[in-house]
Ligand binder design. Structure first.
Ligand SMILES: *[C@@H]1O[C@H](CO)[C@@H](O)[C@H](O)[C@H]1NC(C)=O
Ligand SMILES: *[C@@H]1O[C@H](CO)[C@@H](O)[C@H](O)[C@H]1NC(C)=O
Ligand SMILES: *[C@@H]1O[C@H](CO)[C@@H](O)[C@H](O)[C@H]1NC(C)=O
Length: 456
């Protein structure tokens, strides 16, 4: 949906109801459905005279239920449903009759209470779909002994089940017999931030993050939205900042479980308000997982070392055909930083939203976000004997990236960008560790972090 279209529709239908709006806003930060942002690996050609020989992927888990505290907030505002409906009867509501009827028919989904943070059926389908498309694109990779395949999730139901779904999609209808690794209690490659003291103290519990979030919720723009929602719903209960955000959570979670990606709770917001609420998560993730701290890009490096080592092992004859890893948006975003992707010239700020920012969680941290690296073995047919060489393609969310051209990086280019990661370690995580590592200028990968700005 083009921006222009949204604009035109907004002007023409500014009084429109939510339920029959021809298109509705699609970007909901880390709760954006994968289908909204993905490309399709099947649409990209294998480089000429080449055949894929090894694939390495890192995946965020798919659609899941909200966690504990989010569920609690959602439950609390879900109780406003009757008041929202009554306000319409009393004439104080600005919503449309059908949107009110949809509110009346709303039912709290009990699976959220018993399966907190669990992968949903929608999430299973997302990962199955990625596996299926890889199977259709690279059928020749799906045979051979089990030790040519490797799959590892972090130690959570949602990543373990995502791994199962991915393998299911990959192997469905084939004779492939593969297993997944036991998740590790502590996984310093797939979740290094969990045991990184410096990250926990200076980033997650750090000042910058708390300051930005507080600034966001007190910003004139958010306060205006809060008042507008109050007025639109016409209810007597006074909404505060966190209740308005819980209404947004109702909207963005429930819509992902409906076939048409709609929920009556989204009627609480206008198409103009949603992009600014979406921005909250970009701020949060920027300071928690992203360029807001030098720690984050360091935490992304070990996974890229794993990718590099994996392809080097293949060249030395001991590699795997497919390696899949299943993790969290925190990790995905740390990897983007290690790679120098989606970087702004100036740090994101809670009060000034750049509509063209590269760091946008809807695109870079949606459910099932992933990076897929494909090692292709190629033959120069014109030379006798045929000269063999390699090409590496890298996709993010099944789309082209600036990391390598579509026809692939040469092995030399790949090594130029990724060899840097072989020195990665977690020494900096110790709070007593002191070195020049704090200085970002001594800390950047030579060619990878060359200020790439990439907008999907
Ligand atoms: C309830 O939520 C689950 C996800 O937890 C979803 O798969 C299911 O479709 C939902 N049910 C309804 C009736 O929306
Ligand atoms: C799959 O492989 C495992 C060992 O790797 C073996 O025990 C099992 O019988 C195999 N299953 C099938 C259906 O071949
Ligand atoms: C908003 O109100 C709810 C209950 O009415 C309360 O639990 C919550 O802490 C309040 N949030 C803020 C930011 O004041």
């Amino acid at each position: 949906m083009s921006k222009l279209l949204v604009l035109v529709l907004f002007v023409v239908y500014s009084e429109a109801c939510y339920w029959n709006a021809p298109c509705t806003y699609q970007l909901f930060g880390s709760k954006t459905p994968y289908d909204t942002v993905r490309g399709d690996i099947r649409d990209y050609a294998t480089p000429p005279n080449c055949e894929a020989v090894s694939i390495w992927t890192l995946n965020r888990h798919g659609n899941r239920n909200p966690g504990d505290s989010v569920t609690r907030g959602m439950k609390e505002v879900s109780l406003l449903r009757d008041e929202i409906v009554q306000s319409w009867d009393m004439g104080t509501s600005k919503l449309c009759a059908q949107d009110i009827e949809d509110f009346r028919n709303f039912k709290w989904n009990d699976t959220m209470d018993v399966a907190t943070s669990y992968l949903t059926g929608t999430g299973y389908d997302e990962l199955y779909g990625i596996g299926q498309r890889l199977r259709e694109k690279y059928p020749h990779l799906l045979s051979g002994p089990a030790d040519k395949f490797y799959f590892r999730p972090t130690n959570e139901q949602r990543t373990i089940t995502s791994c199962v779904a991915f393998i299911h999609g990959l192997s469905d209808g084939t004779n492939l017999n593969v297993t997944m690794e036991q998740a590790r209690q502590r996984d310093d490659v797939l979740r290094p931030y969990e045991n990184c003291d410096r990250y926990q103290h200076e980033v997650k519990d750090g000042y910058a993050l708390a300051y930005q979030l507080e600034t966001y919720f007190n910003s004139p723009k958010y306060v205006a939205i809060q008042n507008a929602v109050q007025n639109r719903l016409g209810i007597e209960t006074q909404l505060n900042a966190s209740m308005v955000f819980s209404l947004y959570e109702m909207c963005r979670f429930y819509r992902t479980w409906s076939p048409d990606y709609r929920s009556p709770w989204c009627a609480a917001f206008t198409e103009e308000e949603l992009p600014f609420i979406e921005y909250y998560e970009d701020i949060r993730h920027y300071y928690r997982n992203g360029y807001g701290s030098w720690v984050n890009e360091n935490l992304g490096r070990l996974a890229m070392k794993d990718l590099y080592d994996s392809f080097m092992a293949f060249l030395e004859g001991s590699g795997r055909k497919i390696s899949g890893h299943f993790t969290h948006d925190t990790m995905m975003e740390m990897v983007w930083c290690a790679l120098g992707l989606y970087k702004e010239d100036a740090p994101l700020q809670a009060t000034t939203m750049d509509p063209h920012r590269a760091w946008r969680s809807s695109y870079i941290g949606a459910f099932s976000s992933n990076i897929i690296a494909v090692l292709n073995s190629c033959d120069e047919v014109s030379s006798q004997p045929a000269n063999q060489y390699y090409r590496v393609q890298i996709f993010i969310n099944e789309r082209e990236t600036p990391l390598c051209p579509l026809e692939g990086c040469t092995m030399e280019e790949f090594q130029d960008k990724f060899k840097f990661f072989t020195d990665a370690n977690l020494d900096f995580c110790s709070l007593s560790y002191e070195q020049n590592e704090h200085d970002p200028s001594t800390n950047n990968a030579p060619s990878v972090n060359a200020f790439w700005r990439y907008r999907p």
